[in-house]
Design a binder for this molecule. Structure first.
Ligand SMILES: NC(=O)c1ccc[n+]([C@@H]2O[C@H](COP(=O)([O-])OP(=O)(O)OC[C@H]3O[C@@H](n4cnc5c(N)ncnc54)[C@H](OP(=O)(O)O)[C@@H]3O)[C@@H](O)[C@H]2O)c1
Length: 125
């Protein structure tokens, strides 16, 4: 398992953690954000341009991190059990069944980065 942050840090060659205020478009909505100048959205997109990040689980952690990554331009795939509460919520959030929303097994196989964020009880099954 490889976290997005660990992968980004391994690929990082310089670290200048200054910040700036930017207005970026997220899903068609302009938002004013504080962005680290050493990690602009364009750099995240470049770092992960060849990756598919699979998010297994869509609870408190999985949902937040998946939406954040999608807003950052990362190709995402959500892995859930079909028909569960999370599956329905994921559809409401715009993930598409059979495309960006698939079974846990398919997402695990598809991801070049896999984030394992099922509930702790679900992880042991
Ligand atoms: N919550 C926090 O603040 C927090 C903080 C730090 C670390 N963590 C860690 O992050 C991980 C995820 O925590 P969370 O709070 O985000 O979990 P959660 O809100 O309980 O999310 C559970 C997710 O796991 C799925 N799931 C549960 N059992 C499953 C099963 N048997 N098969 C397939 N899917 C199953 C649920 O899908 P359904 O809707 O289908 O049930 C749901 O998408 C845990 O390891 C936790 O310890 C959490």
């Amino acid at each position: 398992m490889t976290s997005i942050l660990a992968r980004a840090l391994r690929r990082q060659t310089t670290s200048v953690a200054t910040r700036s205020i930017q207005t970026l478009s997220f899903g068609g909505t302009d938002e004013t954000i504080i962005e680290r100048s050493d990690y602009p959205k364009s750099k995240i997109e470049e770092l992960f341009k060849d990756d598919t990040v699979s998010m297994l689980g869509y609870g408190t952690q999985g949902r937040g991190q998946a939406l954040n990554a999608r807003d950052s331009g990362i190709e995402m795939c959500i892995g859930l059990r079909e028909g569960g509460a999370s599956w329905k919520l994921a559809i409401e959030d715009g993930w598409v069944p059979g495309e960006s929303l698939v079974s846990v097994e398919e997402a695990a196989a598809r991801g070049t980065v896999v984030m394992y964020l099922l509930s702790d009880a679900g992880q042991v099954r």
